[in-house]
Each structure stands twice: as C-alpha cells, then as structure tokens.
Write a protein that binds this ligand. Structure first.
Ligand code: HEM
Length: 450
C-alpha cells in the first residue's frame, strides 16, 4: 500500500513546518480550527508541512505550485484519502473515481454539461428562484443559508431528474447533511476504522446512504421505465453508450454519479450565493451598482441570453467566491516520488491545495481581504494569471459543473436582486469548514421586498 510509506514518515524536513505540539503535531488545531491552521500554513510559505500525529501533510499556498499539481503533473497524483471517506455515499462517482473509470465516466457525462443543454436549464433556474422568492414576504426573517440550499437542491432535482424533488427534499437534504457530518467526524478522528464498524459516525453514514438511495434508485427506475430523453441529466446517464463497446452504465454506476452531482452541485452553489449576499449586504455601493445594471430589465425575468449584458453581476459572484471559496481546500496523494517547490517528496505524500489561501495572497490581490468586484471584470481578469483564481480547481479534475454553477448563480442572483434586498442580522458570521465552506449556524436575514 503506497500510503504506508508516508503514514509513518517524519515528513520531509526541508519543508518548513507549522509549529505544533510534541507527538500530535497540529492534530488539535486540525480538529478545532482548520481554517486558522490553513492560514498559518500560508504564512509559513508557498509550501508548508503539517503533522496530524504521525502523518505529514504538505500545504501548497502558491499559484504556480498548485498549477503543477492540478495540471502539469496531474498524472503523478490521485485524489487524496480524505475524499475516500465519502465513498460510502458517492461510490465510484466522478469526484472519487480514478484512472480509466474516471476517464470513461467524465466522457459519458460531458454531454449533460454541453452549452446547449445548459441553456435549457437556465429557464428552470429562474423559475425555481422565483418560486423560492414567493416565501420571502416583506419584513420576514429568513435563514438565508437554508433558503439557498433549498433552492439549489430544487434546481439540481429538476435539472438532474426532471423531477420535482421538493417533495423528496427533506429526505435528500437530511441525507446529505448527515453524510457530511459523518464524513467530518471520520476526517477529524485520530482513529481510522472500517466503515462496517458500529461507531456512531458509521451508523450516521449508513442512515444517510439509505435516505439518499431510496430517492435516487426510485428515480432511476422511473427513468428506465420511461426510456426517453426528458432533457435532464439522468436521461443522459440512462441513454449514454460507450463509443467503443456500446455498453451503458449500470444502475449502481448511475446512482453513484447522481449522488456525486447532487452533493458536489447543490451545496457548493448554495454557499456561493449565501456568501455573495453577505458581501453585498456589507458593501452597499456594490449592491447599488448591481441594481443599476439590472434596472433596464425592470421586472422582466432575466434569461441566459441576457447574461453577457450583466458583467457586474458575474463579477460580484466571482469576487465572493474568491473571498469565500466553497471548495476552500482540496487534496492529492503522490503516486510516485515527486519534486515540489524544490523539495523531494516521497510516493504517498499528501498534498493539500490551499485554494482559500491562494485567493488571499496580497501579492496576487491588492488589499486581498476587501470585497472589490472590479478585479473580476473581464479586462482585469485577463491581466492576471488564471492560476491565481481556483474556485473550481484546474486540470483534468477541474469541476465538470463550473459552467452550470456560474449560470445558476448568475441567474439566481439577478432574479433575487430584482425582487428583494436582505438585511443581515449578524455582522460576524463564522465560516464552518465542512466539505464546503458554509456559515456556522446559518445566516439570519430580514427581507425587504421591492
Ligand atoms: C460554486 C459551485 C461549485 C464549486 C465552487 C465547485 C468546486 C469544485 C472543485 C474545486 C472541484 C475540483 C476538486 C479537486 O480537484 O479536487 C470540483 C469538482 C467537481 N465538481 Fe464542482 N463545484 C461547484 C459546482 C458544481 C456543480 C453545479 C456540479 C454538478 C452539477 C459539480 C460537480 C463536480 C464534479 C462531478 C466534480 C469532480 C470532477 C472530476 O473529478 O472529474 N460542481 N468542483
């Protein structure tokens, strides 16, 4: 097993270390305050060493080095072990699979995210946003984080299954939430045990899988019985055939992909929108400029074709994802000995790509902590190396849903801002690093309709 070499190694001493405690290293901080640990690693340098007890981790907070890992030497790495803890839920879906399986499935899924298909999803995205807004009465107090989760889940359900999963939403939302909590408990536990062991976190994960399986397998069965293309992602998966051998995907393979798209797709976009509103509420000038941009539309619904006329709307979302990247960190495991930042790291080394840390580097973004959508307008973007902005990762494992997510976020934000303003009830929202970066305890807000 390749991982054993790294598991008992003291780490490569030439890589500067983040200060930790004897024996356990940075384990306590990793469990209690991972974001601060990430920030401390960034302060140490472009590549820093952490220790979770006996396991060394190499944290990369540098655009060029991240590009090497994500793109240039992508074939020298596989996804990190942390993600493998999600396997009970995601199986061999696109996020967790490797090698030939990943390549084959990525190709089979690509038509679901082709521009023509995406344009058709646009209408659903606007309709579902408006439906969510019907619950926003003037003066009502809402939990914005919850509202955005509900909305993106409804959009994922309709675009993926052509089904109104609002009726299944409670089970799906509970399943995803339980699964994420169980994953977090496993990730931060010093004791890694098989999934079959009767620990509370394993029981929690099994319950999550059952809740989700019941919905997803039922939708697959309904889709198979229908046998026609309904214009949703599930139809593409059901009808997909391998170019070479003409085989399709089994129910289990489809279940894994659907589960992956649900998890990877709805929570990330919901968080992007939640943080975008958070920043708009704190930056009235940016919100005023967005209202000005939207003024020519009056109350007419914005469509996919209108988006090129709304550059500020796009820039606001991009900038919010710079400051609060939903996928704030990701990892890789070296498949062979590698050289990174001048250090020789052995096969099995775990490398963490500090996406949030890269986005916060002062030498990449002046006054990096401030919200300044100007820097995300097309000309400013072109003037900056693309490697410095990584909300969707890069290379062969780049987010397959990035265009879907941006389309959804842009249409939803424009539609919401046309109809409402939000006053946040809490100035100090603490980010909680689960699989994605979400506001701890939600984001209470008061609605002002116009
Ligand atoms: C704002 C929203 C989103 C963000 C910030 C985001 C971020 C990311 C990132 C950073 C990765 C790469 C992880 C790595 O390299 O280790 C990724 C992969 C992935 N994302 Fe997204 N994502 C978003 C929305 C979506 C949506 C809407 C979908 C699907 C509908 C989706 C499906 C996936 C899948 C399947 C992968 C794995 C791709 C592969 O390994 O081939 N994501 N995402």
């Amino acid at each position: 097993m390749a991982t054993l070499t790294s598991a008992f190694s003291p780490g490569v001493n030439s890589v500067p270390a983040v200060r930790g405690l004897p024996f356990i290293g940075n384990l306590l901080d990793f469990r209690r305050d991972r974001l601060s640990l990430q920030d401390n690693a960034a302060k140490v340098g472009p590549i820093a060493r952490l220790h979770l007890a006996h396991i060394p981790l190499y944290v990369v907070t540098d655009a060029e080095l991240a590009h090497e890992v994500f793109v240039v030497h992508a074939d020298k790495y596989k996804k990190s072990r942390a993600l493998q803890f999600l396997r009970p839920m995601l199986g061999d879906g696109l996020l967790t699979s490797e090698g030939a399986t990943h390549k084959r499935h990525r190709k089979l899924l690509a038509p679901a995210f082709a521009p023509k298909r995406l344009a058709a999803y646009g209408e659903v995205m606007v309709d579902e946003t408006k439906r969510q807004l019907t619950g926003w009465r003037n003066g009502a107090r809402i939990d914005l984080a919850h509202e955005m989760m509900e909305m993106t889940l409804a959009i994922a359900g309709k675009t993926m299954f052509g089904a109104d999963v609002r009726r299944d939403a409670t089970a799906v939302a509970e399943g995803l939430e339980l699964g994420m909590r169980a994953h977090q408990a496993t990730l931060t536990s010093p004791l890694q045990v098989p999934f079959e062991w009767p620990l509370p976190r394993n029981r929690q994960m099994r319950k999550a899988v059952k809740l989700l399986d019941d919905v997803v397998y039922r939708l697959i069965a309904e889709g198979r019985a229908r046998g026609t293309d309904k214009g949703d992602v599930l139809s593409i998966l059901l009808l997909a055939r391998d170019e070479e051998d003409g085989t399709g995907l089994t129910d289990r393979e489809i279940r894994d992909e659907v589960m992956t798209l649900l998890l990877a797709g709805h929570e990330t976009t919901a968080n992007a929108l939640t943080w975008t509103w958070f920043e708009l509420a704190r930056n009235p000038a940016a919100l005023a400029r967005l209202r000005e941009e939207l003024a020519p539309f009056g109350q007419r619904s914005v469509t996919t074709d209108d988006l090129p006329k709304l550059p500020w709307n796009a820039a606001v979302i991009d900038e919010a994802m710079r400051l609060h990247p939903p996928a704030y960190i990701t990892g890789r495991e070296a498949l062979e000995d590698i050289t990174l930042g001048g250090h020789r790291l052995p096969k099995g080394s775990l490398v963490l790509l500090n996406i949030r840390g890269i986005h916060m580097r002062e030498d990449y973004y002046r006054s990096a902590k401030s919200f300044a959508p100007e820097r995300m307008l097309p000309d400013a973007k072109k003037a900056r190396p693309r490697t410095q902005y990584l909300p969707f990762g890069a290379g062969p494992r780049v987010c397959i849903g990035s265009h879907f997510a941006l389309l959804e976020a842009q249409l939803a934000l424009a539609t919401m801002v046309q109809h409402a303003s939000l006053r946040m009830l809490s100035e100090h929202v603490v980010p909680e690093p689960l699989v994605t970066l979400r506001p701890r305890g939600g984001m209470p807000a008061v609605v002002e309709r116009h």
